[in-house]
Write a protein that binds this ligand. Structure first.
Ligand code: F0G
Length: 477
């Protein structure tokens, strides 16, 4: 390995040494115009949206960092494969191509296509999760948690403590704490635990990776206790990249080898293909056990569609198959994660408090430090999201008290340990120059943070309020 490698250089980078960072392995063939609305228009649009950026029409957004989900730019190869989509109801060529790609990348022998990640969760949970069950894991994603709670079961967060300290630089802040996991199993008993779930990367906890050692340890623990282990593999390729870059003894292995080992340690995985498979729509449920596959198949037919298309058309499956290979390409991952890293480091250099180190797919602004003194019940992260739109027509997303919903038993807000604004970077979409614009907008806000007001609800839905609640500014600071 070269002595002067950067953290985000691919291992076999054949280019010149001493580059500040390696360039993107693609050029832009098609562009989509974006427009910055006037300040007056932004104020009107935000008020009409009830201070909830999910309600803002996308053409009123200049830089859209709401999510990396389904927002990536597909390649010419993906578009070309879509022309070859076989739309047969049963047994389409496209399904078989997708199955081959899944087998090659993950090793799972059984696979059900679904329309997106949460649909795969719905199918799996319909079979495995029942009332009173407990699903431990590392900061479940909100749809996962909602699917568990919808079945009157409970998701228990066993992430390592350092995940909740934004300024601590540690390589694998997404890891599961085995002591916490053991305590949950001891308290609830293995009969009430349908599976343990590891989310790679840990989206809710800052896009932080999970080490391979941790996946191995959790797998060994689950085997010893007779528990199933599942992965939420939405960002498996980014996680495998971090393992290759950061974990002792892994630098010599390819991202695909590492990803394959992660999957081999698990009994199955759900995957939103809208992230690392770089498609606009798609999901997968992948399984090792044939009996479980048959049980899930019935629910797949009920909720999604026949077994060989699930929630997808043939052309969608072609794009996912191609995307699984592209999304695990090392020169692509180097450029992708390098961009997020540079953006994050530029914010840190400018004094903006973010979760360190930068995650794989997003930068998370630490709202508690950005607005010290604003109680979480006043929704500081949501306030920053609104100000980002007003200042620069940038759309970020709150990952804080609004998202956390109320406790179903007490009805109280349950402010999470981390109150964050996620600035999510779509794949192959924005340039560094556009992210420099975002940085400047944040710097402007930070310099007048003492002027930023909190928010209160004018409409609060009973569940998943994040997506359609409405707010107003508090009358004073
Ligand atoms: N798991 C994780 C870790 C996710 O981040 C998501 C979606 C899902 C499951 C559900 O997948 O959207 O295809 O149904 N995350 C998006 C986000 C929505 O913005 O982080 P889906």
């Amino acid at each position: 390995m070269r002595a002067n490698r950067n953290e985000t250089d691919p291992v076999d980078w054949p280019g010149p040494a001493n580059l500040p960072h390696n360039p993107e392995p693609y050029k832009i063939k098609m562009v989509e115009p974006i427009r910055l609305p006037s300040r007056e228009e932004r104020e009107r649009v935000l008020a009409e949206a009830g201070f909830n950026v999910f309600n803002i029409p996308a053409d009123k957004v200049f830089i859209d960092l709401l999510t990396d989900s389904g927002t990536g730019a597909m390649s010419e190869q993906q578009w070309a494969r879509m022309m070859e989509g076989d739309e047969s109801y049963a047994g389409s060529t496209s399904f078989h191509r997708l199955r081959r790609a899944v087998e090659q990348i993950t090793g799972f022998p059984f696979m059900l296509p679904t329309h997106q990640g949460r649909a795969a969760e719905n199918v799996l949970h319909s079979v495995l999760v029942g009332e009173g069950d407990v699903v431990p894991g590392n900061s479940h994603f909100d749809t996962t948690k909602a699917h568990i709670e919808y079945r009157s079961a409970c998701a228990i967060d066993c992430t390592v403590d350092e995940c909740f300290e934004p300024s601590v630089e540690a390589p694998f802040k997404g890891d599961v704490d085995l002591d916490k996991l053991a305590a949950v199993v001891d308290e609830h008993g293995r009969e009430r635990i349908p599976f343990v779930l590891i989310t790679v990367t840990n989206n809710t906890g800052g896009g932080q990776p999970v080490s391979l050692e941790n996946v191995r340890d959790v797998a060994a623990f689950c085997r010893a206790r007779g528990l199933k282990l599942f992965l939420d593999a939405a960002r498996f390729a980014e996680n495998a990249w971090f393992i290759q870059q950061r974990e002792r003894g892994e630098a010599g292995r390819s991202v695909r080898e590492i990803a394959r080992e992660m999957f081999e340690l698990a009994d199955g995985a759900t995957m939103s293909a809208k992230k690392d498979a770089i498609v606009n729509m798609g999901g997968l449920l992948m399984l090792r056990d044939e009996d479980l596959f048959h049980k899930c198949s019935s629910f797949n037919i009920l909720f999604e569609g026949y077994l060989t298309y699930g929630g997808l058309s043939g052309r969608d499956m072609e794009a996912v198959a191609e995307g699984l290979y592209e999304g695990t390409g090392e020169d692509y991952l180097a450029a992708r994660i390098g961009q997020v890293r540079r953006f994050g480091d530029s914010l840190t250099d400018a004094g903006i408090p973010i979760v360190r180190p930068p995650g794989g797919h997003a930068i998370y602004v630490d709202a508690k430090s950005f607005l010290p003194g604003m109680n979480q019940e006043r929704f500081p992260a949501q306030a920053i999201v609104c100000e980002l739109y007003l200042e620069g027509a940038i759309r970020g997303v709150e990952i804080g008290t609004v998202l956390a919903d109320r406790d179903p038993e007490t009805g109280n807000n349950r402010p999470p340990k981390l109150e964050l604004v996620r600035l999510t970077i779509p794949r192959r979409v924005y340039t560094d120059n556009q992210l420099a614009y975002v940085k400047q907008v944040l710097v402007n806000l930070h310099s007048r943070s003492d002027m930023i007001r909190g928010l209160r609800f004018t409409y609060e839905p009973a569940i998943l309020r994040h997506f359609h609640a409405r707010f107003e500014w508090e009358s004073s600071r």
